[in-house]
Design a protein around this ligand. Structure first.
Ligand code: KG4
Ligand code: ZN
Length: 397
């Protein structure tokens, strides 16, 4: 009998990852080769360098994933690969390699949407809980995917053995993680910015600077029609409820203005070499103050407090409107400490279940890709030999 072993491959951005997952629930291995060191000095991902690094890493990473799982290619039942969204050149490295392996081993190939992968990171985590605590994973949930490329709200519904996703809300401009990365760069902090802001915010006053998020106005061209909320079936922004739309480019500009107004620019540029030398995020107030003066720590804490507050407001409003009893939060920003604490507190106040992936499963990995592929494997939903990268692949309807 087949063991239901799927090899997942992920290369959509700056992480080359491979993992082996058994029947969508037991992770036998999960290997992630990060390119942070390559992109660090540019303060962001350089697409050409990302593709080159993926090419270098893909073979050893897949080999390591098979080795850690103590299996060979002959033990596999299928190969799953991220087909989008992401950087075209980066995606192509994973897809080409997955196709070659599938062809050589005569295995089915399963194409996975990266965003669906993030949602399955939470389901995988829940399924791996002991004593069947994860047995209720097959329930409708509101999912917030909050990463460097996306801030999207979906209603995820299990249907006929697979999952159906409806877009409920999304960002109109920057993703939340992108705002973290841009603000971090502006303040001379390390890349990626999220973990640095997360670590430094603990030592600042979150109420020192007031950042406001304006309510997004309904589009004039809706022509008086009520925006759809229940099971929004559409991708066009105009049809989404404006209460569930995000915008993070304004807060980035507000931080920039604050920095300029308070003469913090020079201090921020002088920080860059110290950050590079620090190597790891600070663990104590002394370490934080060695990197940033108190007003900068206060600004960082206020920025994070505002972003998390806005994510909460809209996510819980959507949960209420859709009668969602369960919320899944996933993507790189879901690793954030303040976000986890505040969302968990609010969910328990409202009597809503909430689930996060482990920290390792929050950021990009391939276990989530192999897990998302399992229901597709079960129904025989395989990719054709023509599969190619789709950098702007949308999820759901
Ligand atoms: O999911 P991910 O690894 O890649 C994308 O699909 O984008 O997310 C990366 C993003 C980056 O913007 C990074 O700054 C952010 O997640 N991030 C965090 C934290 N860890 C990673 N943001 C806030 N707090 C964190 N602890
Ligand atoms: Zn991601």
């Amino acid at each position: 009998m087949s063991r239901g072993l799927i090899l997942g491959i992920e290369s959509s951005c700056d992480e080359t990852a491979a993992a082996v997952v058994e029947r969508g629930s037991r992770t036998l291995s999960s290997v992630v080769a990060s390119q942070i060191a390559t992109h660090l000095r540019y303060g962001g991902v350089v697409p050409e360098l990302a593709s080159r690094e993926h090419l270098r890493a893909i073979v050893p990473v897949v080999r390591a994933a098979l080795g850690e799982a103590q299996i060979t290619l002959d033990d596999l039942d299928a190969i799953a690969v991220t087909s989008g969204p992401g950087l075209a050149g980066a995606l192509l490295v994973g897809i080409t390699y997955a196709k070659a392996l599938a062809f050589a081993q005569d295995l089915p190939l399963i194409a996975v949407n990266h965003l669906e992968g993030h949602i399955h990171a939470v389901l995988l985590q829940m399924r791996s809980l002991p004593d069947g605590q994860g047995s209720e994973t097959d329930q409708t949930a509101l999912a917030l995917v909050v990463s460097g490329g996306h801030t999207h709200l979906y209603l995820a519904q299990p249907t006929n053995g697979t999952w159906h996703y409806s877009l409920v809300g999304r960002t109109l401009d920057d993703a939340a993680g992108e705002a973290y990365d841009k603000v971090a760069k502006l303040l001379g902090l390390g890349y990626p910015g999220g973990p640095w802001i997360d670590a430094l915010a603990r030592f600042g006053d979150p109420h020192a600077v007031q950042f406001a998020f304006a309510q997004i106005k309904p589009k004039i061209h809706l022509g008086g029609k009520p925006p759809r909320t229940k099971a929004a079936k559409t991708a066009p922004i105009a049809e989404l409820d404006p209460h569930f739309l995000f915008s993070f480019s304004g807060i980035k500009t507000a931080v920039l203005r604050y920095v300029e107004l308070h003469g913090m620019r020079d201090e921020a540029s002088a920080r860059v070499p110290r950050m590079l030398a620090a190597g790891r995020t600070p663990h104590s107030k002394e370490e934080a103050l060695a990197l940033c003066p108190q007003p900068t720590l206060d600004l960082i804490a206020s920025f994070q407090h505002a972003v998390v507050g806005d994510l909460m407001k809209k996510t819980f409003a959507a949960a209420e409107s859709l009668d969602a009893e369960r919320i899944l939060i996933t993507g790189g920003v879901a690793a954030n400490r303040e976000l986890r604490e505040r969302f968990t507190g609010e969910a328990s106040r409202r009597g809503i279940q909430i689930a996060f992936p482990t920290l390792a499963l929050s950021t990009d990995n391939a276990a989530m890709i192999a897990a998302a592929a399992w229901p597709r494997f079960a129904i025989g939903d395989f990719a054709s030999a023509e599969l190619t990268a789709d950098p702007s692949l949308a999820l759901g309807s």
